[in-house]
Design a protein around this ligand. Structure first.
Ligand SMILES: [Mn+2]
Length: 424
C-alpha cells in the first residue's frame, strides 16, 4: 500500500511551521547547509528483504501481523518506506527465499515503486527441501568436493537471477567453520573456501562486484571460515579487483575499533559495502544507532574522509545496506528509525571540519581534535534530514505518519494476523 499525495501533504502541512523554525535555527549554526541537504537527498540505503518481518531468536518468534508473504509484498513494503523517507530506494534479495517467478513483472513493480535491486545474497547456511547434499559441515569449505561444487553452483544461480533483475553485486556470507578444536584443518578450510570463491569469481560479470562478508562467530563457535576483516581482505585480495570486503557492524568481537578497520580498508581500495545494525553484546541485529550512536558517527567520519581522499561519490561508490531484525518492534518502524540514524550520522560526519582537525593532529592538540569531533556529533542535524525529505516530497516525520495513518493496521487488514516474512 502507498499513501496518496494528499495524505502526505496533510501531515507535512501540519508539521511545517515547527520544522521551519528548527531549520532556521540549524542554518544559523551550520555552514554549507545547502550542500549537505543535496548530499542527503542523494544518499540511499538498501533494505534487505528479510528485515520486513519479525526476525525472532533461536528461542522464539512473535509475529506482529500483516507481514509480507511474497516478494511482491516485500517490495511493496519497501516502496512504502521509500515513499515516507525517499532514502530507501533499493532492495537486497536473498535466494532462494526471493526467487522471482515472473522477472518482467518484478522489474515493472520495482520501476513503479522507484526501487533498484541492490546486492544479491546467496544462502549456503541452511539446507533447502530439494537440496541434494547437506551444508551441516560447511559449504565452500566442505571436505567433500561435491558439496563445495553445489555451493558454487548455487552462487552462480544467484548471479544469474541478479543479472536478470539488474543487480550488480553478490554478497557471500559463509556460516562455514567449526564448533570444536580439531574438528577441521584451518589451512584446508581456507584453501577450499578460496578455491570455491574463485570458481564463483571467474563467472562474475564484468561490471559486478563481489562482497566477502566476515563474522567473528555463530553459528560456528570455535572457528569461522571468514572470521574477521583480515581474512576477508586476504580472500578479496587473492580473488581480484572486483572482490571487496563487506563490513557488518555486528560481526566483530566486542570493542573492536570498527572505524579504524573501515579507514584502512578504504585506503587499500578494498572496502565494498556496509551492513548497518547495532549491538551491545554480539551480532544482536538491533536498530542502527540505538546502542552506540557515537561509534556510528566515528565510522561515518572515516567513511567521509576516506571517500573524499579518493574522490569517491558518497552515494554510489559503496554499498549501503541495513542488516537487522529482531523480535519486539514493528519491522517497518524499526527500518524508518535505522535509515534516519544512518542519515544523521552521515550528516554529522559532513560537519567535521577536516582542515581544522588535520591542523590539530599536526600540532598534537588532542583536546582540540576531540572538541572538533564532539561538536559535530552534538549538533542537532535532524532539521536538515527533514528538509531533505520535504524537498523530495516525502514525509517530514515518517514515523509519525506511519502511526497516524495506521499503516500496520491496514496491512493486517489486507494480509491477515498470521503471516510469515522470512525463510528462517
Ligand atoms: Mn550482514
Amino acid at each position: 500500500m502507498l499513501l496518496t499525495k494528499q495524505q502526505l501533504d496533510k501531515h507535512n502541512e501540519a508539521a511545517l511551521k515547527k520544522h521551519e523554525l528548527r531549520l532556521n535555527y540549524a542554518k544559523e549554526n551550520i555552514e554549507n547547509t545547502e550542500v549537505i541537504i543535496e548530499k542527503l537527498m542523494a544518499f540511499q540505503i538498501a533494505i534487505p528483504s528479510w528485515a520486513l518481518g519479525t526476525g525472532g531468536t533461536r528461542f522464539g518468534r512473535f509475529s506482529g501481523g500483516g507481514e509480507p508473504g511474497t516478494l511482491e509484498e516485500k517490495m511493496e513494503d519497501i516502496g512504502l518506506l521509500h515513499q515516507l523517507n525517499r532514502s530507501s530506494g533499493a532492495i537486497s534479495l536473498h535466494i532462494p527465499w526471493d526467487i522471482p517467478k515472473n522477472v518482467a513483472a518484478i522489474k515493472q513493480l520495482a520501476a513503479d515503486l522507484d526501487l533498484r535491486f541492490d546486492a544479491m545474497n546467496s544462502n549456503t547456511f541452511q539446507d533447502q527441501a530439494d537440496q541434494k547434499l547437506s551444508y551441516k559441515f560447511g559449504s565452500m569449505q566442505n571436505m567433500d568436493k561435491a558439496v563445495r561444487q553445489q555451493a558454487v553452483d548455487h552462487n552462480i544461480e544467484v548471479i544469474n537471477y541478479g543479472q536478470q533483475l539488474g543487480s550488480d553485486s553478490l554478497t557471500v556470507w559463509l556460516a562455514d567453520g567449526s564448533c570444536f578444536p580439531g574438528q577441521s584443518n584451518f589451512r584446508k578450510s581456507f584453501n577450499n573456501t578460496l578455491e570455491s570463491l574463485q570458481a564463483v569469481y571467474e563467472v562474475l560479470p564484468e561490471n559486478w562486484k563481489m562482497f566477502v562478508e566476515y563474522k567473528a562467530f555463530e553459528p560456528n563457535f570455535y572457528s569461522i571460515a571468514v572470521a574477521d576483516w583480515g581474512q576477508s581482505f586476504l580472500y578479496a585480495s587473492k580473488l581480484g579487483e572486483k572482490a571487496f570486503t563487506l563490513v557488518d557492524l555486528g560481526h566483530h568481537l566486542p570493542n573492536a575499533n570498527i572505524e579504524q578497520i573501515v579507514a584502512l580498508l578504504l585506503n587499500e581500495k578494498k572496502l565494498g559495502g556496509f551492513h548497518f545494525n547495532d549491538s551491545k553484546y554480539g551480532d544482536d541485529d538491533l536498530t542502527v544507532g540505538s546502542m552506540k550512536p557515537y561509534q556510528l558517527f566515528l565510522i561515518f567520519k572515516e567513511l567521509v574522509e576516506g571517500m573524499d581522499a579518493r574522490g569517491m561519490n558518497h552515494a554510489k561508490d559503496l554499498g549501503w545496506m541495513i542488516d537487522a531484525s529482531h523480535n519486539v518492534k514493528d519491522p517497518l518502524e524499526d527500518l524508518l528509525q535505522s535509515v534516519e540514524a544512518i542519515k544523521l550520522a552521515y550528516t554529522q560526519a559532513l560537519l567535521v571540519d577536516a582542515k581544522a582537525l588535520e591542523e590539530a593532529q599536526q600540532n598534537n592538540d588532542v583536546v582540540t581534535a576531540q572538541e572538533i569531533l564532539q561538536n559535530a556529533f552534538r549538533t542537532d542535524v535532524r532539521p536538515l534530514a527533514a528538509e531533505a525529505r520535504l524537498r523530495m516530497e516525502a514525509a517530514l516525520q515518517p514515523l509519525d505518519v506511519f502511526r497516524k495513518e495506521n499503516i500496520r493496521g491496514e496491512l493486517i487488514k489486507a494480509r491477515g494476523e498470521k503471516t510469515m516474512a522470512t525463510g528462517l
